[in-house]
Design a protein around this ligand. Structure first.
Ligand SMILES: [Ca+2]
Length: 161
């Protein structure tokens, strides 16, 4: 019986998903969600931004860098469905110029800050997360990096564009 269950589980994972990034195709990790052309894992454990990123890297991905309104909307909807509040995303403030950069070290080519954000409250909000419910759903806020939130890892053939 147990063996059967394991077999079914293995079959589900083996046939899981592939993501298409133009000419790149990759297997999505078991348990990840295919959304648009990418794969993502929604991590509900609440940790600091640094720990979230380290875990995504360990899994072979990185914190998600959303690049469209549609992607933000779909990811925030899924996060909300999974009971997540405001997961970390892959953007943080560089101290030298106080601007936000993605995890590839590039200035954000797309950003979707909530109204009045980033406000750098108390001069101590250097990491970005994305609201998954409420009026700001799918929009971003800067917040203190050491606060605990869930996070979304993205798996792709990384091209830092
Ligand atoms: Ca803020």
């Amino acid at each position: 019986m147990m063996f059967k269950v394991l077999l079914i589980f293995a079959a589900v994972c083996a046939s899981s998903i592939e993501a298409n990034y133009g000419q790149y195709t990759m297997h999505c990790p078991c348990g990840s969600h295919k959304i648009l052309n990418g794969c993502y894992t929604f991590m509900k454990n609440k940790v600091t931004w640094d720990k979230a990123r380290a875990d995504c890297l360990k899994r072979g991905g990185d914190l998600v860098i959303p690049t469209s309104n549609t992607e933000c909307d779909l990811l925030s909807q899924r996060a909300n469905t999974l009971g997540m509040n405001a997961p970390w995303i892959g953007a943080s403030r560089r101290r030298q110029d106080a601007k936000f950069y993605n995890t590839c070290g590039k200035a954000l080519s797309f950003k979707r800050w909530n109204s009045g954000e980033p406000n750098n409250h108390s001069n101590n909000e250097n990491c970005a997360h994305m609201y998954s419910h409420g009026s700001g759903k799918g929009k971003w806020n800067d917040v203190n990096c050491i606060r605990p939130y869930g996070y979304i890892c993205q798996f792709k053939a990384h091209r830092c564009d």
